[in-house]
Ligand binder design. Structure first.
Ligand code: ZN
Length: 234
């Protein structure tokens, strides 16, 4: 039959596992966020490219409106031109129409430049979109693994907790209570080995008697400095 110390060492191993799994479960939302955040930069790059296109398209619409306005004025001038009585007036209209046509031609030139710029931006946008789609695939794969891990971890925790409960039934209640209190309190190990006459928990040098007592695995020996349970297996 195992000593209380040996039984508690197994329980301590399960408790540390439980603690690790609980921490991991607590960190899951944060980890999921981190995975999803990998897309942020790719989305931003794509959005910025779309914005740039939108801006240029608005400029383009404005140019088209400018052309239309001038064409409308030309139409009106032409009508008025029909009604004039003398050549000077006729030529004055002709001159204004020519000026407007020149302006239209200038605006059309700017429109052409703008169209080329938009084509360039569309190419960039398409590249950014392709990168985004690629990264979405990567992230989807990572999220799938993450989901599997999330499912497993809950099951694993349940199994360890069940196993721990079974093991605990086999330990002397006084030892178990003491162990539980220390484990909750210190947060790492409740049961520590004596190494070179020092406590494996707080690393203080122990009196020879305590180091010696720690060999008796069914007698409780506590570290006088940190209160942890001491054991020594030669
Ligand atoms: Zn100690």
């Amino acid at each position: 039959m195992s000593s209380n110390v040996e039984k508690l060492l197994v329980i301590q191993d399960r408790d540390r596992k439980i603690r690790r799994l609980e921490q991991e479960i607590k960190d899951l939302p944060k980890r999921k966020q981190l995975i999803e955040a990998q897309l942020d930069a790719f989305r931003k790059a794509h959005d910025e490219a779309e914005d740039a296109i939108r801006k240029k398209s608005l400029e383009q619409k404005d140019l088209e409106a400018q052309i239309e306005q001038r064409q409308e004025r030309i139409r009106k001038f032409r009508q008025q031109q029909f009604e004039v009585k003398n050549n000077d007036d006729y030529r004055a209209f002709e001159h204004q129409i020519a000026t407007l046509n020149q302006e239209i031609s200038d605006v059309e030139d700017r429109d052409l430049v703008l169209m080329e710029e938009i084509e360039g931006l569309q190419k960039i946008r398409d590249e950014k979109l392709a990168s985004l789609k690629d990264e979405e695939k990567v992230v989807a794969g990572e999220l799938e693994l993450f989901q599997q891990r999330s499912d497993n971890i809950a099951r694993e925790l349940e199994e360890v907790q069940q196993n721990r409960a079974e093991l605990a039934r086999d330990v002397d209640p006084t030892w178990l209570q003491r162990y539980d209190r220390i484990f909750q309190h210190v947060g790492d190990y409740a049961l520590v080995e004596v190494e070179n006459n020092t406590c494996g928990g707080c690393h203080m040098k122990l009196p020879p008697q305590a180091a010696h007592d720690a060999r008796r695995l069914d007698d409780m020996t506590l570290c006088m400095y940190c209160g942890r349970l001491l054991y020594y297996i030669p």
